[in-house]
Design a binder for this molecule. Structure first.
Ligand SMILES: Cc1cc2nc3c(=O)[nH]c(=O)nc-3n(C[C@H](O)[C@H](O)[C@H](O)COP(=O)(O)OP(=O)(O)OC[C@H]3O[C@@H](n4cnc5c(N)ncnc54)[C@H](O)[C@@H]3O)c2cc1C
Length: 407
C-alpha cells in the first residue's frame, strides 16, 4: 500500500490501537475509573461508527445523522445530565474526555453532538421540571435535533445588540427577527432562542424562549457552504411573528443573559475538547504517515517537531481536564479561567494541524490522509462559542481586575 492510500479510519482495531498508544499517563492520572471507562467506550464507538464515515461526510457534505445516532445509542448523548432526564450523571471531565474522542474521529459529528447538549443544558439550568421532562430526553437520545440561537447578523460577540424582539401578547409573546450561523438550524425541532423584551435595557432585556421548529412563522434557512465541519449544518433562522405561549418562556423575563452565561461554561468545554481532539487527530495522522514514509527512521527535524506537538497537546489536555474538574465543583471556574481554556485549546487544535501539514510537506495537502480536514475543521473552533479575541479580552480583564484587587 502506498502512503497516498493509507487509511487510518477503516479498520476499528487499528484505529483504537493508534489512539491507545497516544494516551498520556501524566494526564490519565487525573481521571477516575469511570472517566477512563467513558473514554474507552467512546473510542470504541468512534472507531466502529464515527471515524469510518468521517471522510465521506466531509467530501459529500452529508449531515452526521448516523454517527450521532450511534453515539446516542451508546448512552453518550447525556453525559452530564441526571438519569431521570435520560442522562448518565457523569462529570464534566467525562464529557470533555468523550467529546475529545469524538472530535478526534470526526469533528463535524462532535459539533452536532455538542449542539444537542448546548440546546438541552439551558433547559436543565433554567427550565421548569415540566419543560425539562418534555424537551430534554429527546435532545439527549437525538430523536429530536436542537439549536441554541443567539447570534444575529448584527449581534454575536455583543449580545446586548440583539434585535430579535419579543412583544407581549395576551397569551405570551410574539417573536420577530433573524438568527444566523445557527448549528443544526436547518433542521432543529427544539430551538433555544434569545430575544429582547426591552432593547433599552441591553443585556438585562434579553429573555430566553423554547421554540418548536415546526411552529408557524419559524422559517429554517438552507445550510451555508463552509470551510470545514461539512458533516454539520449551519443556517439562518427567520422568526416571522412567531406566537410563543407563556409555557415556553425559559427562566424569567430579562434573565436570558444569565442563561447564556450559565451555559457558556459547558459550551466552551465542548469547543476546547474539540481543539484537543483535532490536535490529537492531526498528530496521530502525522505519526502514521511518517512511519509509512520512513519505516520508523524519522528525520531528526521531524522527531524534534513532533516532541513539541506532543508536549503542547498534553499541556492543553491537562488544562481542559483541570477546568472541567473545576466546573464539577462549587462555585466553578471564573469566566476568565473558562476563556483561557477555550482560547488555548482551540488555538492549539488549529496550530497543531498547520504544523502537522508543514511536517508532512506534500502529504499534508492530501485529502486522503486527513490532516487538511483537521486544519479546515479546526479553524471555526477559534471563532464560535465566542471568538478567541473575545476570550483574550475576558482573560485580560480578569487578570487586570484581580491584580488591582490584590494590590
Ligand atoms: C460554523 C459556525 C457555527 C456556529 N454555531 C452557532 C450556534 O449554534 N448558535 C449561535 O448562536 N451562534 C453560532 N455561531 C456564531 C458564532 O458564535 C459567532 O459568529 C461568534 O461568536 C462571533 O460573533 P459575531 O458573529 O458577532 O462576530 P463579530 O463579533 O462581528 O466578529 C468579527 C471579528 O471582530 C472581532 N471582535 C469582535 N468584538 C471584539 C472585541 N471586543 N475585541 C476584539 N476583537 C473583537 C472578532 O474576534 C472577529 O475577529 C456559529 C458560527 C459558525 C461559523
Amino acid at each position: 500500500m502506498t502512503v497516498e492510500t493509507l487509511d487510518l479510519d477503516v479498520d476499528p482495531a487499528t484505529y483504537v490501537a493508534i489512539h491507545d498508544r497516544l494516551d498520556e499517563p501524566t494526564a490519565d492520572l487525573a481521571l477516575d475509573e469511570r472517566e477512563r471507562e467513558v473514554r474507552a467506550v467512546t473510542r470504541a464507538v468512534v472507531a466502529h461508527e464515527v471515524a469510518p464515515r468521517a471522510a465521506a461526510l466531509d467530501e459529500t457534505g452529508t449531515f452526521a445523522h448516523e454517527s450521532v445516532q450511534a453515539l446516542a445509542r451508546a448512552g453518550l448523548g447525556g453525559l452530564i445530565f441526571p438519569t431521570h432526564l435520560g442522562g448518565t450523571n457523569d462529570s464534566n471531565v467525562a464529557y470533555a474526555v468523550a467529546l475529545e474522542e469524538v472530535a478526534a474521529g470526526c469533528a463535524a459529528t462532535s459539533l452536532v453532538l455538542m449542539t444537542q447538549m448546548h440546546a438541552a443544558y439551558p433547559i436543565l439550568l433554567a427550565g421548569t421540571s415540566e419543560q425539562q421532562q418534555r424537551h430534554v430526553p429527546g435532545l439527549l437520545d437525538v430523536t429530536r435535533y436542537g439549536s441554541l440561537a443567539i447570534t444575529e447578523p448584527g449581534a454575536g460577540s455583543d449580545v446586548s445588540g440583539l434585535a430579535t424582539t419579543a412583544t407581549p401578547t395576551a397569551d405570551g409573546w410574539r417573536l420577530s427577527g433573524q438568527k444566523t450561523f445557527i448549528t443544526s438550524g436547518d433542521r432543529a425541532d427544539v430551538i433555544i432562542c434569545f430575544a429582547t423584551t426591552d432593547r433599552t435595557r441591553g443585556r438585562d432585556g434579553v429573555t430566553a424562549f423554547i421554540l418548536e421548529g415546526d411552529w408557524r412563522g419559524v422559517v429554517h434557512g438552507q445550510p451555508f457552504v463552509k470551510l470545514g465541519m461539512h458533516g454539520s449544518t449551519t443556517a439562518e433562522l427567520f422568526l416571522d411573528g412567531v406566537e410563543v405561549p407563556r409555557s415556553h418562556l425559559l427562566g424569567d423575563e430579562g434573565q436570558g443573559w444569565r442563561v447564556v452565561m450559565g451555559s457558556v461554561v459547558k459550551s466552551r468545554i465542548s469547543a476546547a475538547a474539540q481543539g484537543v481532539g483535532l490536535a490529537r487527530a492531526a498528530y496521530a495522522r502525522t505519526l502514521a504517515v511518517l512511519d509509512r514514509l520512513h519505516d520508523g527512521r524519522w528525520p531528526a527535524e521531524a522527531a524534534f517537531a513532533l516532541a513539541g506537538l506532543r508536549s503542547r497537546i498534553l499541556q492543553a489536555r491537562l488544562l481542559l481536564h483541570a477546568t472541567a474538574r473545576l466546573a464539577d465543583a462549587d462555585p466553578g471556574p471564573s469566566a476568565g479561567q473558562v476563556a483561557l481554556m477555550k482560547q488555548a485549546c482551540t488555538d492549539l487544535g488549529f496550530e497543531v494541524a498547520v504544523e502537522a501539514a508543514r511536517i508532512l510537506g506534500p502529504y499534508g495537502d492530501l485529502a486522503a490522509l486527513g490532516v487538511e480536514r483537521c486544519l479546515r475543521d479546526a479553524k471555526v473552533t477559534q471563532i464560535y462559542d465566542g471568538t478567541n479575541e473575545v476570550q483574550r479580552l475576558l482573560v485580560g480583564r480578569e487578570t487586570t481586575r484581580s491584580w488591582k484587587d490584590q494590590a
